[in-house]
Design a binder for this molecule. Structure first.
Ligand SMILES: *[C@@H]1O[C@H](CO)[C@@H](O)[C@H](O)[C@H]1NC(C)=O
Ligand SMILES: *[C@@H]1O[C@H](CO)[C@@H](O)[C@H](O)[C@H]1NC(C)=O
Ligand SMILES: *[C@@H]1O[C@H](CO)[C@@H](O)[C@H](O)[C@H]1NC(C)=O
Ligand SMILES: *[C@@H]1O[C@H](CO)[C@@H](O)[C@H](O)[C@H]1NC(C)=O
Ligand SMILES: *[C@@H]1O[C@H](CO)[C@@H](O)[C@H](O)[C@H]1NC(C)=O
Length: 482
């Protein structure tokens, strides 16, 4: 049937429908306050690139409460602005600055601008003009400059996160004024100076994260007032001195204690054994010395333990944990001899790193209870003999396997190389046989200093990955003799 607009019946229906649409448009646009609409459109015009169309629903004259990322509550006023980029999608970003017109959104209680990657500019002063604002999460963008000392005026804030920006300068001591904060998250910036001692006044904190900055000095002894703290992240800074005693008062509630990659010294305090809710303890890459306290046997809920790259000595305590997930004791002065039973028996372990831990065993004899979850195994620089063939026959999802500097003796051709495997270091062992074609699918390979022979399959690896074998030949080594 041919539809003609001249057909009076059809045009009447058309008109009727149009009227309906117009009416509903009118009704909805009335529900968005003019100030909110103007403030948001101002924000949109501060955005110069939006390749994934995050703001495409933000159209003048339509109800701003229906726009993507906008929530309205009381009297149809906008209460939150939440825009999230997707970190795995390269075109999921916004370029531009945060327009000061947002200050017109008088009822705003939360700003969430997360993983937008390319929002730049200085500290957004508009925050000072929003009396109802409680939650600020402007994460993984490119804000820069200093955090102003006036931040102490934002006393109504309950959560403040600027993690993953480019802020420089010190943490203003006026931050001690923000006593309603439950979360203070300033990680992954370029902040310098000390932790202001006034942070002790933020007694409601459950989450304090200052990791991945350039903070220095000692960790101040300010933790006795934090009865609710669950997460303390101070890794990847330049802190020196000892673990302050007041950290002990965070027991038993603390779940995450991350102090890795600093220059901390002294012994690991006994009181850490009191943290019976501890899930993650990272003390890696510091200068801790002495033994690991016996009291660690009380850490029955620990899933992730990283003590690698310190100067810790024997004896290592017996742990009473049912399922460790991730363990790294590498590069200390341990002589464990065997892989501990509480590791072998874990049903959920995915990372095991015991490089240079004084292991003396035949790898064939090590029979872990569960191998299904293993992603990473590093047993480099030990005295491990035998063959990894039975072990790697059981690890279907292994991504990295490092065993350089041992005495492993096996035919490479019988080693199963699963598709997921990306990193394989067998250097300085007694491996023989030929290199299988499957090694070309790896991201990193090192088989140097073994007893391998034959033609190297086409790979992208440098000569240093192959040198020191009996008779490997072909690119990148010398050509094979015909
Ligand atoms: C990020 O923003 C800058 C301008 O601030 C622009 O030159 C650059 O192209 C943007 N990056 C991406 C990935 O679009
Ligand atoms: C602390 O907060 C009060 C308001 O509660 C404000 O008047 C004062 O200026 C703030 N102090 C600092 C140092 O920011
Ligand atoms: C914790 O460990 C210490 C030392 O091993 C022990 O004496 C104490 O009884 C343990 N406490 C608890 C609550 O298990
Ligand atoms: C590898 O595992 C399969 C069963 O999954 C078994 O038949 C085979 O004998 C194993 N090979 C080695 C070398 O352990
Ligand atoms: C391979 O290992 C050897 C010795 O362990 C090391 O000297 C060399 O740099 C490594 N090469 C690559 C490409 O990893």
């Amino acid at each position: 049937m041919k539809i003609s607009l001249s057909n009076p019946l059809i045009s009447l229906r058309f008109l009727f429908l149009s009227l309906l649409t117009l009416q509903s448009l009118k009704a909805t646009s009335a529900s968005c306050h003019v100030d909110d609409e103007a403030g948001l459109l101002g924000f949109k015009s501060g955005i110069t690139q939006d390749p994934s169309g995050m703001l495409s629903s933000w159209k003048p004259g339509t109800d701003c409460c229906t726009w993507k990322g906008i929530n309205c509550l009381v009297n149809n006023r906008v209460t939150s602005l939440s825009l999230y980029g997707q970190s795995n999608k390269p075109n999921s970003f916004l370029t531009g600055t945060i327009s000061p017109t947002l200050v017109q959104l008088k009822f705003l209680d939360g700003i969430y601008l997360q993983d937008l990657k390319n929002i730049s500019g200085k500290f957004p002063d508009l925050l000072f003009g929003l009396p109802n604002l409680k939650y600020v999460y402007i994460q993984n963008n490119k804000l820069s400059g200093q955090i102003p000392t006036t931040i102490g005026k934002l006393t109504q804030l309950e959560a403040l996160s600027f993690t993953g920006n480019h802020f420089t300068g010190t943490i203003p001591s006026s931050i001690s004024n923000l006593t309603q904060l439950t979360q203070l998250i300033l990680g992954q910036n370029f902040l310098t100076g000390n932790i202001p001692a006034g942070i002790r006044q933020l007694k409601k904190l459950t989450f304090l994260s200052l990791q991945h900055n350039r903070l220095s000095g000692t960790i101040p002894d300010i933790f006795s007032s934090f009865t609710n703290l669950r997460i303390l992240r101070l890794s990847y800074n330049k802190f020196s001195g000892q673990i302050p005693p007041s950290i002990g008062s965070l027991a038993p509630n603390l779940q995450y204690l991350e102090l890795g990659h600093n220059s901390l010294t002294g012994k690991i305090p006994d009181f850490l054994g009191k943290f019976q809710a501890l899930d993650t303890l990272d003390l890696s890459q510091n200068r801790f010395s002495g033994t690991v306290p016996k009291s660690f046997g009380n850490l029955t809920k620990i899933f992730n333990l990283d003590l690698s790259q310190n100067s810790l000595v024997d004896p290592f305590p017996v742990m009473n944990v049912k399922g460790i997930e991730s363990l790294d004791l590498s590069y200390n002065n341990f002589h464990l001899n065997q892989i501990p039973k509480w590791v072998t028996s874990s049903p959920i372990i995915y990372t095991l790193k015991l490089a240079k831990c004084g292991l003396k065993l035949k790898l064939d004899d090590w029979k872990p209870a569960e191998t299904y979850f293993y992603d990473y195994i590093d047993l480099s620089e030990n005295e491990i003999s035998g063959s990894p063939v039975p072990l790697l026959n059981r690890t279907d999802y292994l991504v990295g396997f490092w065993v350089s500097g041992n005495m492993l003796k096996f035919n490479f051709e019988s080693l199963r190389i699963v598709k997921r495997l990306k990193n394989l270091d067998l250097s300085r062992n007694l491996v023989f046989g030929k290199l299988p074609e499957a090694v070309s699918g790896l991201d990193k390979l090192n088989v140097s200093y073994n007893h391998l022979c034959g033609k190297i399959p086409a790979t992208k690896f440098p000569a240093s990955a192959f040198v020191g074998n009996d008779c490997l030949c072909g690119s990148p080594l010398q050509p094979c003799k015909e």
